[in-house]
Design a protein around this ligand. Structure first.
Ligand code: NAD
Length: 313
């Protein structure tokens, strides 16, 4: 039986659902808001699989055997419930090393070359050269990359290419290309305390929630910048606001937040030493093509009875 795939409208947060549908036109795919309701013909239980951005309880009511999440982070998905119901979850890790890697280095370049400041001044037509000791180069500076998976390696490779000294934190302290020193999570404070930049690239799990709290921020250099392209929950956000206000750290490039969209009354919006981006680090025009390739491969595997790639549960 060919796999019948629903494309949930939540994917429109990244690309139009119809774009993915047309890329997968050789398969039996349909855009559906309500997977439990089945296809437009109205037969419940019509779909075998759904491709989605987020999770809906309706997914468990439908007779699905596979959910594909179009993001790398799957922290919103109820893994135990899926396991219990025998529903497989696959994610999209492996796709974002270039996009998020470039965004993370973009944050670092902005701070080093002060581009964020000039862009703000431009709104006021203000010609404000930097003070003599303000600008620096990434070449010769250090970064500690926390989490050395797809994103972390994307950051490490680029930082190394720009002449930075790259340290990293990973659970197994084996050598990693482009990383001169690898630390374990229990060595986090020591690993980040010497770095000019700390880049967070870990998934949000019970272990990483609040990983960067007041003590870690305090251990960072006063001229250090935090780059968070992972998940907002990895950082204790009130502690970060306090560290930025009090000058415990020099600034932050933030793509992800405790609450998204970032509430209008968040002090982060107005801090001169903070660059806020709208969870956009992974955005690329070819995102749907890459998802289509992953889905196509897993449909092939499902029909062949092989194990799925990027399987989470
Ligand atoms: P990945 O699975 O390829 O890599 C994650 C790495 O983190 C793995 O190597 C894992 O071993 C490591 N890790 C887990 N817990 C750790 C810990 N306590 N200490 C150190 N390392 C730890 O995933 P990825 O594709 O690199 O994505 C990582 C996370 O980044 C995702 O889960 C997602 O939340 C986030 N993300 C954000 C964006 C964005 O748009 N900002 C895009 C993609 C991914």
């Amino acid at each position: 039986m060919p796999t019948r795939v629903a494309i949930h409208s939540s994917v429109e947060r990244i690309f139009p659902p119809e774009k993915l549908q047309s890329l997968l036109s050789e398969l039996d795919v349909e855009v559906s808001d309500d997977v439990a309701e089945g296809t437009a013909s109205g037969d419940a239980g019509d779909f075998d699989a759904v491709v989605s951005f987020g999770y809906e309880p309706g997914f468990l009511e439908a007779d699905l055997d596979w959910i594909h999440c179009v993001r790398a982070g799957y922290d919103e998905f109820p893994l135990d419930a899926l396991r219990e119901r025998g529903v497989r979850l696959t994610n999209s890790t492996g796709l974002h090393g270039d996009s998020v890697g470039e965004t993370a280095l973009g944050f670092m370049l902005q701070f080093a070359r002060r581009l964020h400041r000039y862009r703000s001044d431009q709104a006021d037509k203000a010609w404000n050269p930097p003070t003599w000791d303000e600008a620096f180069t990434l070449n010769g500076e250090s970064v500690c990359v926390v989490g050395l998976g797809t994103l972390g390696l994307g950051v490490a490779r680029r930082a190394d290419a720009l002449g930075m000294d790259v340290a990293g934190v990973r659970r197994t302290p084996t050598p990693v290309e482009h990383v001169s020193e690898v630390y374990t999570p229990d060595e986090l404070v020591g690993a980040i305390s010497d770095a000019r930049f700390v880049a967070l690239t870990v998934p949000l799990t019970d272990e990483t929630e609040g990983l960067l709290g007041a003590a870690e921020l305090d251990a960072m250099r006063e001229d250090a910048y935090l780059v968070n392209v992972a998940r907002g929950g990895v950082v204790d956000q009130p502690a970060l606001v306090e560290a930025l206000r009090s000058g415990d750290i020099a600034g932050a490039g933030l793509d992800v937040f405790a609450e998204e969209p970032l509430p209008k009354d968040s002090p982060l919006w107005e801090m001169e030493n903070v660059v806020v981006t709208p969870h956009a680090a992974a955005a690329t025009v070819d995102y749907a093509d890459r998802i289509a390739a992953l889905v196509r491969e897993n449909v092939r595997r499902r029909e062949a009875g092989d194990s799925l790639t990027n399987l989470v549960v």
